[in-house]
Design a protein. Sequence first.
Length: 316
Amino acid sequence: MQDLVYLYHGASEYILRKEINKLLEELNVDQFNVVKYDLLESNFSDVIEELQTISFFSDQRVVLVSGVLELYKLDEYDQQRFIQYLENPNPDTILIMYSSQINEDNLPITKAINLYAKITKLQEIKKEDLDLIIKKSFEEDGYEIASEAISELIERTNGDYPTIEQEITKLKLYAYDHKAINVQAIRLLVSKNFDVNIFELSSAIVAGDKTKAIQIYYDLLVSNISPVRIVSYLSGRIRELIHTGLLLSRGYSQDMIAKHFQVSDAKAYYMVRDAKAVGVKKLEKYLEQLADLDFDIKSGNIDPRLGVELFLFGVE
């Protein structure tokens, strides 16, 4: 018997939507027969009316509903209407609900969803699984990718899976004839993520490498990143290093710091390295200089581009 009610939950909206698109392909439902509602914006009565509408022009329709947590805020009458629909759904309509979070309290509406819906809990993609996922994505289409290229791709995208997918599509087109991806192709085609550039810029500042710091700064300007935004994010990165230094002084290990900031072990390694390489006092000095620079830029006392250049030339 065809399932008429689905609930997807437990992951980011990107992962949820991707899984729902797979389901729509399996159901062979045309996009013209998919109606979307967000309960944060839509009236519940409109959703119920849509669900109960008989389809005259196609075998089945899909009603896609987000903002599922709003169901638990309905008054008793509307909750009962929804429960009654779940008990006797319209055979012409497939209801697909999705939400990153769901209410697991022992409420009548929760019991009804658990009883009548096909529930799928999805997992976020973990960064430690990205290597295998990327490799498999290329191999499925007959491509080979070097392990160094995979590492470079993850680094340049900061492990952001939606961005990785977009870059994979671009890389496959680039290597369509020879079906091989090396690290040079990644460096040629994949721009570094803004967070990665800021991370490298702060590391160059900590190391006192003015030449590298200036080069990264110019790369950011070419990418249309404003000096004001660079100052703001750089200040945040310096605060992060100060925080890391304080945690180290309290006996935190690299693993503990990775968990504290919810970052990868690789990033935690560089955070610990940079925090150890320069004292808290120097970091606080840089932070104060950046605060003064931010004020001067916003007050019109200095040209933004020149102000950041002078700051970088002054690192020790």
